[in-house]
Design a protein around this ligand. Structure first.
Ligand code: FES
Ligand code: FES
Length: 161
């Protein structure tokens, strides 16, 4: 039997020390060991984007990363971004624009959208579509999601629609 490996990291600003099996992926570690179930698991093949989290300064698909790979890293999940208020306006825009229905894709969408808006404060609709193209939504038809991200970008930069 494979022995667990000790890892230390920061998750949503708090230090975490854990023992993980070498094969457990980051999504399962967050959900099962840390009970951070806001990170969703859809395809488990790096396709749908439901499992998107931030590692250091980049978003990653946590189903494709092993928990041992985040030893020493800083991980932010949707719970962290939500609790800090970092995406409060984006969440409000999603609500206002009906950009979520079942909500399964929403944490990953918010993580990916916030990643874009941090890097490019004023993206056009095409750029938003491109950046979110790796995040699948089976409910909304995407238009409302693009609207919500565009509205947030405009509000943050003080531009008018
Ligand atoms: Fe990770 Fe789909 S569950 S990309
Ligand atoms: Fe249901 Fe996007 S709101 S998958």
């Amino acid at each position: 039997m494979t022995a667990p490996i000790p890892i230390s990291l920061e998750v949503n600003g708090e230090r975490v020390d854990a023992q993980v099996l070498p094969r457990i992926n980051l999504a399962d570690f967050l959900r099962e060991q840390l009970k951070l179930t806001g990170t969703h698991v859809g395809c488990e093949h790096g396709v749908c984007g439901a499992c998107t989290v931030r590692v250091n300064d980049d978003i990653v698909r946590s189903c494709l990363m092993l928990a041992v790979q985040v030893h020493g890293a800083s991980v932010q999940t949707i719970e962290g971004l939500s609790d800090s208020g970092e995406v409060a306006d984006l969440q409000a825009a999603f609500r206002d624009r009906n950009a979520l229905q079942c909500g399964y894709c929403t944490p990953g969408m918010l993580m990916a959208a916030q990643d874009l808006l941090r890097r490019e404060p004023a993206p056009d609709r095409e750029r938003i579509r491109e950046h979110l193209s790796g995040n699948y939504c089976r409910c909304t038809g995407y238009h409302a999601i693009i609207d919500a991200v565009e509205t947030t970008a405009r509000t943050r930069t003080g531009r008018r629609a």
